[in-house]
Write a protein that binds this ligand. Structure first.
Ligand code: UFG
Length: 339
């Protein structure tokens, strides 16, 4: 069965491609290399011992996308391709709406035309905003998104729900908490462009001496140590959740609309300083840091109740923060050795 993976050379996409190949799916990747690199394809082949098909183009190019559907018996899609920088989304809102939503609609047009079902969407816990209660389960009310990026995720979810209902399709909305870590082979991982925005890439680059010092954005939050709390989930566990969600859609015999929603996290909250300490204990490398003012738009705390995914998909994240951070460090060493 051929599965279209858009953004399949990106951070979460590449790890998911490996898991799909390990589960004997044929994989067709479309990725425009705007936030990924070609050597990842070779590394995927090395790890999985199989070759995905790869097309380098922008999904807004409808005519090229149509040719992919003509050439392969595609029976499902996992849609990772999207811009994802929160700050940048505020500066370039129209680019974010165009890129993240037009590409989604183009794929759905092909699904409609060819009567294909089984669509998995990369969503985010950002759709909940600062939730009033913790942990966050799938029934937690959604709040107005804090960024244009977050709005593209909320809008993507709405478009897909209407698609499922309007055409009796099966879709799954996967709301990720904070993905971290790299493949245990150290051949796949996150490749931030320029100065990283996210915590773990910044910690890793500081440990490697690429950045001088980590800025901890605020120590006056109402949390145990005063720094903000997130649910950091290991990327390989996250990749496996996609395969479980896909199999669940495929095996669902319903000919009516199926709309699955899952929170993908560990269920455990960790503070910024917890991450720094866990990194230091996992690697033995010191991370110099300074306390700074809060970062605008940051929420205080977000961690998942991921029981639904465990109950319905038989999926659970069991990798510890230390184990995940150790893989990030091994990946950084590999990236350094390539430069
Ligand atoms: N942080 C620092 N210093 C840094 C970077 C981050 O202290 O250099 C802190 C942040 O203030 C925050 C925590 O580390 O408290 C995590 O920050 P990230 O940027 O790694 O992650 P966010 O939780 O802010 O953002 C993530 C995803 C977004 C998504 C959002 C939803 O990166 O795509 O979760 O809540 F929108």
């Amino acid at each position: 069965m051929a599965i279209l993976v858009t953004g399949g050379l990106g951070y979460i996409g590449s790890h998911t491609v490996v898991e799909l190949l390990n589960n004997d799916f044929e994989v067709v990747i479309v990725d425009d290399l705007s936030n990924s690199e070609k050597f990842i394809l070779k590394n995927i082949e090395e790890i999985a011992g199989k070759k995905p098909v790869f097309y380098p183009f922008d999904l807004k190019r409808k005519e090229l996308l149509e040719q992919v559907f003509e050439a392969h018996p595609i029976e499902g899609c996992i849609n990772f391709a999207a811009y994802k920088a929160v700050g940048e989304s505020q500066e370039k809102p129209i680019d974010y709406y165009e890129n993240n939503l037009f590409s989604l609609i183009n794929i759905l047009q092909e699904f409609k035309k060819r009567n294909i079902s089984n669509f998995i969407f990369s969503s985010s816990c950002t759709v909940y905003g600062q939730a009033d209660t913790m942990p966050i389960d799938e029934n937690t009310p959604l709040k107005a998104a804090e960024s244009v990026y977050g709005k593209t995720k909320q809008m993507g979810e709405e478009i897909l729900k209407d698609f499922a209902v309007g055409y009796q399709k099966k879709i799954s909305l996967l709301r990720y908490f904070n993905p971290i870590g790299a493949h245990p082979s150290a051949r796949l991982g996150e490749l931030p462009i320029g100065i990283p925005n996210n915590l773990v890439p910044y910690v890793v680059q500081t440990a490697a001496g690429i950045r001088e010092i980590l800025s901890v954005w605020g120590d006056d939050y109402p949390t145990e140590d005063g720094t903000a709390v997130r649910d950091y989930i290991y990327v390989v566990d996250l990749a496996k959740a996609h395969v479980a969600a896909l199999k669940s859609l495929i095996n669902n015999p319903s000919d009516k609309a199926v709309i699955d929603v899952y929170n993908l996290g560990t269920g455990k909250g960790s503070s910024v300083l917890d991450v720094v300490k866990a990194f230091e204990s996992a690697t033995g490398v010191k991370v110099p840091y300074q306390i700074c003012d809060r970062r605008e738009g940051d929420i205080t705390v977000a961690y998942a109740n991921a029981d639904k995914a465990e109950k319905e998909l038989g999926w659970k994240s069991d990798t510890t923060l230390e184990e995940a951070l150790k893989t990030s460090w091994e990946w950084q060493k590999y990236v350094t050795s390539r430069n």
